[in-house]
Ligand binder design. Structure first.
Ligand code: F6R
Length: 248
């Protein structure tokens, strides 16, 4: 896996945003839509900040961009402060010229009986656009990508999953206590992510160093779903020095 290591999160985020912007510009020139898979959480915030700057200051247009988010908590009201709908609106969508109908985020408001059909339709919609051009990923301390926790199969599709205890602990600050963090989520599968033409995994901070090492250097195993990325030849890791500090 190609790994790019930057002195800090800022520079790494600008480099990742530049790659996304180049793809959008190329497709805009060719009058083609750009289909992006997006992540939430603390990691991509500065990437989105730079994309907003490129939109406002350097004419980057999102008019022909279609987005599919990786995941959403379940159950989750769209307008809740912790929803990934709210996160994406506040950190990106409210500040760029993306068309509302081009935004796709797993629906945390569904009745449980309707989730399987929704997930199948999500997969079909991605395929109907010709697949994801680029998928942005973070990594959880459990080794999850999206919310594909340990035990996830390499060919898994979009589905309802149970969150790992460590994942819920890591989210507890946003919810004012672990007991308030939903126990489930709807996530794109490992198989869904793998179909993307290009995958960029971002990781920053010392607290990601050990899981980044496992993802890149560990044995490929369902115990650390990010190790599946070793089987892809379109993936790149973009790290800051701290997240890279355990690599040999
Ligand atoms: C978020 C997602 C997760 C996060 C991961 C890291 O949409 O799919 O896999 O990328 O939990 O979260 P942060 O960036 O908050 O450390």
């Amino acid at each position: 896996i190609p790994v790019s290591i930057f002195p800090n999160e800022n520079q790494a985020s600008i480099a990742a945003a530049q790659k996304i912007a180049n793809l959008i510009r190329k497709n805009n020139n060719g009058k083609k839509p750009t289909v992006l898979g997006l992540a939430t959480g603390s990691t991509p915030i500065k990437v989105y900040k730079e994309l907003i700057r490129l939109h406002k200051e350097e004419n980057l247009s999102f008019e022909n961009v279609v987005t599919f988010n990786l995941d959403e908590y379940y159950p989750m009201k769209s307008d809740a402060t912790q929803s990934y709908v709210t996160f994406m609106n506040e950190n990106l969508f409210n500040h760029i010229n993306i068309e509302k109908q081009n935004i796709n985020i797993p629906d945390g408001t569904l009745e449980e009986k309707d989730i399987a059909a929704f997930c199948l339709a999500y997969e079909k919609k991605i395929s109907a656009y010709g697949g994801l051009d680029l998928q942005l990923l973070g990594i959880g301390r459990t080794g999850h990508i999206g919310f594909n926790e340990p035990g996830s199969a390499p060919n898994s599709g979009t589905r309802l999953v149970t969150l790992d205890d460590l994942t819920r602990r890591d989210a507890s600050r946003d919810f004012g206590g672990k007991e308030n963090v939903p126990t489930k989520a709807i996530t794109m599968g490992v198989g869904t992510i793998f179909k993307a033409k290009e995958i960029i995994l971002l990781a920053f901070n010392k607290k990601k160093a050990s899981i980044v090492k496992k993802a890149l250097e560990g044995e490929i195993s369902p115990n650390v779903p990010a190790t599946y990325l070793q089987l892809s030849d379109n993936v790149e890791f973009i790290l800051d020095v701290d997240a890279a500090s355990d690599l040999t």
